[in-house]
Design a protein. Structure first.
Length: 94
């Protein structure tokens, strides 16, 4: 597994996802650029749909985040090693 891109700009994100076709994308739910529901819809409309992992400082929004189209939710205060098993487990399904 390799990191193939990092961006803090929304237009760059969609173009990077289209160009690189990653297996997974990790996003922060509280991005200030666009409604996250709209962004997740845009990602789901790509021809290659990566697994979507969303991080949030608001664990009470987990149901909303999953309903919006995220494949996995991880609270921001979780230990970093929580991400690795999720990636390994989910890569089999994707």
């Amino acid at each position: 597994m390799a990191v193939i891109g990092i961006t803090d700009r929304l237009p760059n994100l969609l173009s990077q996802l289209w160009a690189t076709k990653p297996d997974a994308v990790i996003l922060e739910w509280e991005l200030p650029f666009k409604e996250m529901e709209d962004l997740l819809s845009d990602i789901h409309n790509l021809t290659h749909q990566p697994m979507i992992i969303l991080l949030s400082s608001r664990p009470e929004e987990e149901e909303k985040i999953i309903a919006a189209g995220a494949d996995f939710f991880i609270p921001k205060d979780s230990p970093p090693d929580r991400l690795v098993p999720i990636l390994r487990q989910s890569m089999i399904a994707f």
